[in-house]
Ligand binder design. Structure first.
Ligand code: CA
Length: 234
């Protein structure tokens, strides 16, 4: 199981927008849609997507301004959706940091391939940026270590005790690496004082009941026999 890459479609034309969302969801992406620049800014403020498909002809803001703003804060993949006579804007868009463009009318299948290729290219950069800002994504879940919040794949917040949160954060910061119980214990200490008084195993058991599809056959927090636990990367 791995996290679905998050694609944001910014498009004011309802029919094109609906088609893009449906097609990309069918390709296995998690897709958000924005109808204008303001909408896009709200979504991006919540969580930066992996790739933005950006219509450069929006009613409320020039698409190119958005390219500049996105690029200033992130390595997010940017594909411009342009009209045939947008040649100058297209070139400027690429100059200021867009990665690719398509011209309307475009072939959905080709577009999906471009999105997939770009998403793969930016994935390591996005993972590094997110962890630097205390955001960890795994199996569709998102852990925000600054806000101390856990979001489910559906976007709901899930309540965690302090101990549960600290254990999950320790595993997430070391995703893909096996940690011993002692290491987890050390990583969850604050100010030299252990914040958890129960064993790591109990906390992992509780976390599994909250985040695993089948807690008896965990595939997010995996047991590493003879060592401890590992959070599945991705
Ligand atoms: Ca438009």
């Amino acid at each position: 199981m791995s996290a679905k890459p998050h694609i944001l479609v910014v498009e004011d034309e309802p029919v094109t927008r609906a088609k893009l969302v449906a097609y990309l969801e069918g390709e296995g992406f998690e897709v958000s849609a924005a109808t204008d620049a303001r909408d896009m800014k709200t979504i991006v403020a919540r969580a930066i997507p992996d790739v933005v498909l950006l219509d450069i002809n929006l009613p409320d803001d020039k698409g190119l301004t958005l390219v500049r703003e996105l690029r200033a804060r992130s390595s997010v993949g940017i594909i411009l959706v342009t009209a045939r006579d947008d040649e100058t804007d297209r070139i400027v868009g690429l100059e200021i940091g867009a990665d690719d463009y398509v011209t309307k009318p475009f072939n959905m299948r080709e577009l999906a391939v471009r999105v997939r290729n770009l998403q793969r290219r930016v994935a390591p950069l996005m993972a590094a940026e997110r962890s630097a800002s205390g955001q960890f994504v795994f199996a569709g879940w998102r852990l925000d270590c600054d806000a101390r919040l856990l979001f489910s794949p559906a976007g709901d917040t899930v309540r965690l005790t302090r101990g549960e949160f600290d254990v999950l954060a320790a595993l997430a910061r070391n995703a893909g690496r096996a940690l011993s119980r002692d290491q987890v214990h050390d990583l969850t200490r604050h100010d030299g004082e252990a914040v958890i008084d129960r064993t790591i195993d109990v906390l992992v058991g509780r976390l599994r009941r909250k985040i695993e599809v089948d807690p008896r056959q965990p595939c997010i927090i995996v047991t590493v026999h003879g060592v401890g636990y590992r959070l599945a990367a991705g």
